[in-house]
Structure formats: C-alpha cells, structure tokens
Design a protein around this ligand. Structure first.
Ligand code: 0O2
Length: 211
C-alpha cells in the first residue's frame, strides 16, 4: 500500500518546530540574564523521503518499521562556541521534563574513524495531535562551530563519493578534523578572555543603540 508521506511526516514537522522554539528559548533566557549562552544557533529539518528510503536500504530497515527503527527523521542541530558548552547543553537536556532521553553518543570523546565529532542525543518526544499524544524519536546533534564546518564539508564530499573516499581524501579529512579540533582546544584555553570581550562588546552595542 502507498504510504501517505505528508501524513506520516506531519508529527515530525511539528516536533522539529516545537523543539526549535524550545532550544532558541534556552539561548534567549541566558542572554536576558546576561550570561554566556551555550547555544549559539539552532537548525532543524525533517529528513527528506528519498533520504529515508535510502537509509532503509543501507540500514536494512523494513519500510513498515521506519517509525520504530529510524531515529533521525526529526533532526535538530545545536551549534556551540566552545566544547564545554556542548556538555552544558547536554546537562540542560537531561534535566528537562518535557521529553525523555533514550540514547546518547559522545562522538567527541569517541570520534568516528572519518574524523567526525559531535554529541548525539535521541529523545522520545510527545507530540500532541487531534488523535491524542504520539511519541516520536527526535535526534539532536550538538557540536561546535568548528565541528560543524568540518561535518558540512565532509557531508558534501560524502555525497560526491557515496562514502567511498579515495585514500588520500580520507587521510586529508582526518587531518582537517584534527585541525578543527585543535582550534576548539585553543579557543577553550582562552574562553574566559573571549567571553569577557563578547560581554563588553554586547554591552557597548546596547549602550550605543540607546544613544
Ligand atoms: P543527514 O543528511 O545528516 O540527515 P547515532 O549515534 O545513531 O546518531 P550513527 O549510528 O552514526 O549515529 O547514525 P548515522 O545514521 O550514521 O548518523 C546520524 C547522523 O549523524 C548523520 O545523518 C549525520 O548527520 C551525522 N553523522 C554521523 N557520522 C557522520 C560522519 O562521519 N560525517 C558527517 N558529516 N556526519 C555524520 P545522515 O543520515 O548522514 O543524514
């Protein structure tokens, strides 16, 4: 039987929209309290149908089991300035009562062979529909701006090579992943200085606007 994809994906669309608001509100609340926000920006998407079907093939998921076995149909990304912010965001998510974390993977402490680093969290998220409550999976990837830069480039190259990178490119990507992480480590070392400068900069801008 032909699946009605719009109907199937509607709760995922709703979950992504709701989660975006919630995550952006975390940033807003920090800023209103003149605190460094561990969330720099948030993006979200619902996986396109062709990607869902392709993943069914590669992961051997039966199309009738997509809802139960595919965790990243609803996906959000939280970008952070510092590695320390990632763990602060994870703690915030763990403490929330409006969803339930069922899976966490720290690809920062355990980077992938590709060089990929990010913190992955999968939630059971309750969506309120006219038919009642539906629990769906939502994946959140939390990463620094530097990790995001690397992952975005690697992802587009992956598309070109379909995961079969020539050895030279594979090695270069691993090297660039280390360079990106070196940047994160160096930034962490001068984090206090940076945050102080950002605070002064924001404060001055606010003062100028009021003139
Ligand atoms: P798209 O286009 O990003 O939506 P898990 O812990 O289960 O979340 P796992 O088992 O690696 O992680 O799952 P999967 O499905 O391989 O990866 C989930 C998502 O993590 C991917 O989504 C990517 O967004 C990201 N990711 C994982 N590994 C890599 C990597 O080596 N490079 C990059 N650039 N991203 C990665 P999709 O399905 O690729 O699609």
């Amino acid at each position: 039987m032909q699946r009605n994809w719009d109907l199937f994906l509607a709760p995922y669309e709703q979950a992504v929209s709701e989660m975006k608001v919630k995550l952006k509100n975390i940033r807003k609340e920090y800023r209103e309290n003149n605190l460094h926000a561990p969330v720099e920006f948030v993006t979200g998407r619902v996986k396109p149908v062709d990607s869902i079907l392709a993943k069914c093939q590669t992961r051997n998921i039966h199309p009738d089991r997509i809802q139960e076995e595919m965790y990243d149909i609803a996906g959000l990304r939280i970008m952070c300035q510092f590695v320390e912010d990632i763990y602060e965001v994870v703690k915030l998510l763990q403490d929330r009562k409006d969803f339930n974390i069922i899976y966490e993977m720290d690809y920062i402490a355990h980077k992938k062979d590709s060089g990929y680093r990010s913190y992955h969290v999968v939630l059971e998220y309750p969506v309120q529909l006219i038919s009642g409550e539906k629990i769906i999976y939502v994946e959140i990837q939390i990463r620094t701006l530097s990790m995001n830069f690397w992952a975005t480039i690697e992802h587009s190259l992956n598309y070109k090579y379909q995961g079969e990178f020539p050895e030279e490119i594979h090695t270069r990507l691993q090297k660039t992943a280390e360079a990106a992480y070196f940047l994160d480590e160096e930034m962490s070392k001068i984090r206090d200085e940076i945050q102080e400068a950002q605070y002064e900069f924001n404060y001055r801008n606010l003062f100028d606007m009021e003139k």
